[in-house]
Design a protein around this ligand. Sequence first.
Ligand code: UGA
Length: 440
Amino acid sequence: MHAISVLGCGYLGVTHAACLAELGHDVTAVDIDARRVAALADGRVPFYERGLQELVTRHLANGRLRFTTSYARAAAEADVHFICVGTPQRGDGAADLRSVDAVVEELGPRLTTESLVVGKSTVPVGTTARIAERLRRTAPAGAGVRTAWNPEFLREGHAVADTLRPDRIVLGVTSASDEKVLRDVYARLADAGVPFVVTDPATAELAKSAANAFLATKISFINALAEVCEAAGADVGGLADALAHDPRIGARSLRPGVGFGGGCLPKDLRALQARARELGVGHALAFLAEVDAVNLRRRERAVDLVRRQVPDGIAGRRVAVLGAAFKAESDDVRDSPALHVADALRRDGAEVAVYDPKAMANARRGHPDLHYAADHRQACAGAHAVAVLTDWPEFRDIDPRELGGVVARRSVVDGRGALDPEEWRRAGWAYTALGRPAAL
Ligand code: UGA
């Protein structure tokens, strides 16, 4: 058992803290947002993540997990500190490291005994070295404060499962003793057979950026082919299926649709390019700009398909947008393709009614000009077009005959390849989808 602090109580931090408690450690989780900490200390997880609420409740009750705003407590109670704060996108595309730096400034001067500071956030390559240098100067324990990078690969919506049963654990360390500490922290996962990749911090930092850039590239690859399918009268759904059977390609992150969004893939893609440019090798990753462009074009294409569904114009017409979260099983709306499309339709003059099973509050906060409906049926009432833009199972299960009774016009745009075209057409709907020929 280790005494661990987790610095930052966002998706990553709360999940990591609760899972470390689940792995048997004693965890102090810190955030500077007093309201967030108060809610968490009271057992309320301020976002939706399957299975997380139960873990937090359990480990608050057994005393293995606590939430505080006090860095002094974190420094006093723990000897392994995980940095889990956000690294959002700056105006120029690079990563904004102010939160990471603020953690280092708060923690460093309080580290009076030997300790290991471990980064988990996605950061530009070179960050660990910079932090190590800073801690050497600010920490009273001096060289007794070590640094390492241990990137996190969890997916929102599967965060708990991905943390407790990861595909791999990457340790970016500079000494065998730091490696041992981290192997100890994750001993139960090692026992369960999770592979470890032990490397240097710079490689570990890059491993995370590269993984997300690869996933984004894979999604944009199939979406670029969707554009070709649209021109050629082919079906990108069938194409993706045909490719996915090749185990070298595989089905995952090959689902065509309105593209990737969220707090990670888009910004990590841009931050990696920005860092490569800083390092003088921008040309090596120039293709990632095209990955980004393909992705954004899918959103425009979705807007265009909705416009075409309403030949007499969408201005003043009601359009239903089903989905607001950037993906199913999440209430996260950061850079959500669904809301991007909804906003564009609203700017065109449509009266856009949005429904999402989990993300309504977050959507409303950031997009107050859209209308919000109590359920998908209400969103579709009187609609001249329905756009399905997040692949929630609830939308897959919609009965098109029943929904046909509430809309003004039976026309649907399937932005996620989520619906059965035959079933919808049989129920009298004009069905169109990204990357599918009109007749399919
Ligand atoms: C992503 C990575 O998958 C994680 O490995 C990584 O740890 C995480 O970012 C992070 O950096 O923290 P996440 O953003 O939760 O995780 O979501 P994904 O499941 O990868 O989906 C990202 C976006 O791509 C979503 O908008 C999703 O709808 C879209 N997507 C995903 C597709 O359009 N097609 C696919 O086949 C898969």
